[in-house]
Design a protein around this ligand. Structure first.
Ligand SMILES: [Zn+2]
Length: 275
């Protein structure tokens, strides 16, 4: 799932092109992708977008009259692209905005499961839609992060991915951040001392902005991730093979030397099979 680096890079890349021309035609939209029906998509036609905002992993496209906001959540497999006039697009996009002059914004989704979503909302409803999100993870700072960590005793990997606590980090960047911070994914948030909180805050910024820079340069996953999806490969800091713990929905990658004092964490899936 795209996280802060991917979504912020996309926001910056789309900012200029989406406001260059008014919207000529909004839709079609896949029935599972469009989550709202009032106002209708046609309400966008003839209006101009002001640009792109990002909140956590969501992109918001406000109209320049301040009345409407198109909200997009790509989930795991959604992909949003701007196509120039004449550029060949997908035959059946999950969603499309056609601009005067011929350029388009198209959302596609790989696979049969349609999980990505598009909402057309009033400004007030859009604000309400993102109101549950915690503060932006990027540039959170040690003081604010310390307050969030102290609220309850959560495993760090799980807390970092909780959008209500911090917005913008998912499973991939949680792996990268915790590795850079030299903290165990299973350390309890409340157990961190001041120096560790400081290190975690610095690692959040170092990793998220490293990722943003690489994504803006068009880098693919294999160049961007140093820990995530690298089972058995040498840790880029100490050379120890990267280990992982599997869950149903996600996988935690970590370096046993850098992060867990040499301990190899139990693979939950394996231990369940053996039980
Ligand atoms: Zn290491």
């Amino acid at each position: 799932m795209p996280e802060f680096p991917e979504m912020e890079a996309l926001r910056q890349l789309l900012e200029e092109p989406v406001r260059a021309f008014p919207i000529e035609r909004a839709g079609p939209a896949h029935v599972a992708t469009l989550k709202t029906f009032d106002p209708p998509l046609s309400a966008l036609e003839g209006r101009r977008l002001e640009g792109v905002e990002r909140r956590g992993k969501r992109l918001l496209f406000p109209t320049d009259d301040g009345e409407l906001v198109l909200l997009v959540h790509l989930m795991t497999a959604g992909r949003l692209r701007h196509l120039l006039a004449g550029e060949k697009g997908p035959k059946t996009p999950a969603f499309r905005l056609a601009f005067a002059g011929g350029s388009q914004l198209v959302l596609t989704e790989a696979g049969s499961k349609k999980r990505a979503g598009v909402w057309l909302l009033t400004r007030e409803a859009a604000d309400a839609e993102v109101a549950h999100l915690g503060p932006e993870a990027a540039s959170i700072g040690a003081e604010r992060l310390g307050e969030i960590l102290a609220r309850d005793g959560r495993r760090l990997h799980s807390l970092l991915r909780d959008q209500r606590e911090l917005a913008g980090i998912g499973r991939a960047w949680a792996n990268e951040i915790l590795h850079t911070a030299k903290l165990s994914p299973y350390a309890l948030s409340r157990d961190l001392d001041g120096e560790q909180v400081e290190r975690l805050a610095e690692a959040i910024d170092a990793e998220l902005f490293r990722g943003l820079e690489l994504r803006l340069a068009g880098a693919k996953d294999t160049r961007v991730y140093r820990v995530h999806n690298r089972l058995g490969e040498p840790c880029h800091v100490c050379g120890t093979p990267i280990a992982r713990v599997d869950y149903e929905e996600h996988t935690v990658y970590y370096c046993p030397s850098c992060q867990t004092g040499g301990r190899v964490l139990k693979d939950r899936r394996l231990s369940r099979l053996l039980r």
